[in-house]
Design a protein around this ligand. Structure first.
Ligand code: NAD
Length: 437
């Protein structure tokens, strides 16, 4: 196969889909709009993206021209610059990118962060790349060449949007601080991108840990204020031990909670007395999974859903709590560390069973709060410490949590409805004042 043939393997038709699926955020936003008495036209304006750009991205990688396809979804900027990560993955589609951008609009609004919502998806099929370049997976060095090249070409092609702060990107699946450095290299403006590497112009201490720190903070608040339990000694189970799950586990254990079960893509572990998280981290660093850690019993992702714990934190992938397993859940609350781990149908089942669901837009918003801190510090060139960043996360998420609780009481709704309702109200208000709807 030569480089020219590669482009034909990824036709535009694969990226362009004709009809927007009814996603979780659309369903929740429509419900919120209905209860706010907003018209169908206003609802459509709130749900619809402002702009979607589908682009061909020819990249010269290791001497070959490889054509990638990408999507830039600019959902809403009524409250501030479009904000959201750059995802490199083999299954990127327009509607998934739009859904993730819409989620960012809700996340920034509920935490009252002065950003809007955006997202980039670049379709990179790594299996195809390994074949094209005759490499054997896994080859982390090769993976890095691909992601750095893709983002460098994307930064060149989209420079104006970054340099003008129209859209402020950050890392997402398949990208990290190294790729963000390439965006800075292109704009030479530290405020044009967040999630920059440690020690570079405008980097933020605590940015890496921010999402997990926020999930742990919200879990403690739920435990004490909604479940009426002392946080110390309460039990938690976590799916995922990556950036979000790993830091969540660490900060929960530091606060005295017992993390009794953790699962990841390769298996899981259970220890009723509470896992030693520092030791699990060391094990996972060496083995690439929590599975096999001792002293702990082997445990599966399926077992996780019916485990009797105070709080369950899905912090890995989407759509894992469904209508099928929601009736089995024995946790008293679910704190969504991942994006959209619970389907709308499952949310309804859990709501009827009196199980609290703290939605992603509140629970995992610590990262975007830290991003605003990084953006504003990059604009002002003022330094900030990790503890100050953590204090900002507690303040922003704490206020959002209080606002949602108040709305739950006032309107007699569930936490997820309160959070989406609050976000929709704020975005609508800004759009109305700016004559955007
Ligand atoms: P990551 O790649 O660092 O870690 C993912 C973890 O999930 C790994 O432990 C992996 O083994 C596990 N996993 C993957 N597939 C699984 C499966 N099918 N079953 C069980 N476990 C599985 O990713 P991350 O940055 O921790 O992100 C996790 C989730 O949180 C994603 O949904 C992401 O979109 C969301 N999120 C991340 C951030 C952030 O700042 N990193 C912010 C907001 C939301």
């Amino acid at each position: 196969m030569n480089a020219e043939e590669y482009g034909t393997l990824m036709p535009l038709e694969d990226v362009l889909e004709s009809r927007q699926p009814l996603t979780r955020s659309i369903a929740l936003m429509r419900r919120a709009c209905e209860s706010l008495g907003l018209s169908q036209v206003v609802t459509a304006n709130l749900v619809s993206p402002q702009e979607v750009r589908v682009f061909r991205l020819p990249c010269k990688i290791l001497g070959k021209i490889v054509t990638l396809w990408g999507v830039l979804a600019l959902h809403n900027n009524a409250r501030g610059p479009f904000k959201g990560g750059i995802r490199l993955s083999g299954d990127v589609t327009i509607w998934e990118t739009v859904e993730l951008a819409r989620l960012m609009t809700l996340k920034t609004a509920v935490t009252d962060t002065e950003f809007g919502g955006g997202k980039t998806g670049i379709r990179v099929d790594m299996d195809e790349m390994y074949r094209l370049f005759n490499r054997q997976p896994p080859d982390p060095e090769f993976d890095k060449i691909i992601s750095l090249d893709a983002v460098e070409y994307y930064a060149q092609a989209t420079r104006e949007i970054f340099a003008s702060h129209t859209y402020v990107p950050a890392p997402d699946l398949g990208t990290g601080p190294d790729e963000m450095a390439f965006i800075f290299n292109e704009t030479l403006d530290p405020a044009s991108v967040t999630g920059k590497p440690e020690g570079t112009h405008g980097w933020l201490p605590g940015r890496r840990e921010a999402t997990g720190y926020g999930v742990a903070y919200i879990t403690r608040r739920v435990m004490e204020e909604m479940l009426g339990k002392q946080a110390a000694g309460s039990t938690v189970a976590i799916q995922g031990f990556g950036n979000v799950g790993g830091h969540t586990a660490r900060y929960l254990a530091e606060a005295g909670l017992k993390v009794v079960a953790i699962t990841d893509a390769h298996g899981g572990i259970y220890h009723g007395a509470g896992l030693d998280i520092a030791a699990v981290e060391e094990h996972a660093r060496a083995r690439g999974t929590v599975a096999g850690f001792t002293p702990a019993q082997p445990f599966t992702n399926e077992q996780l859903w019916s485990l009797e714990v105070d709080v369950l934190v899905p912090a890995a992938v989407g759509n894992v709590i469904t209508e099928a397993n929601a009736p089995d859940i024995r946790a008293r609350a679910i704190v969504e560390g991942a994006n959209m781990p619970t389907t709308v149908e499952a949310m309804d089942v859990l709501g009827q069973r009196g199980i609290v669901v703290v939605p992603d837009i509140l629970a995992n918003a610590g990262g975007v709060v830290a991003s605003m801190e990084e953006y504003s510090r990059s604009l002002s060139a003022m330094k900030v410490t990790r503890d100050e960043v953590f204090a900002t996360i507690e303040k922003s998420l704490g206020t959002a949590f209080d606002n949602c609780r108040e709305r739950m009481r006032e309107k007699g709704v569930r936490m997820s409805e309160a959070a989406v309702g609050l976000a929709v109200e704020r975005v609508y208000d800004a759009m109305r004042r700016r004559r955007m709807t």
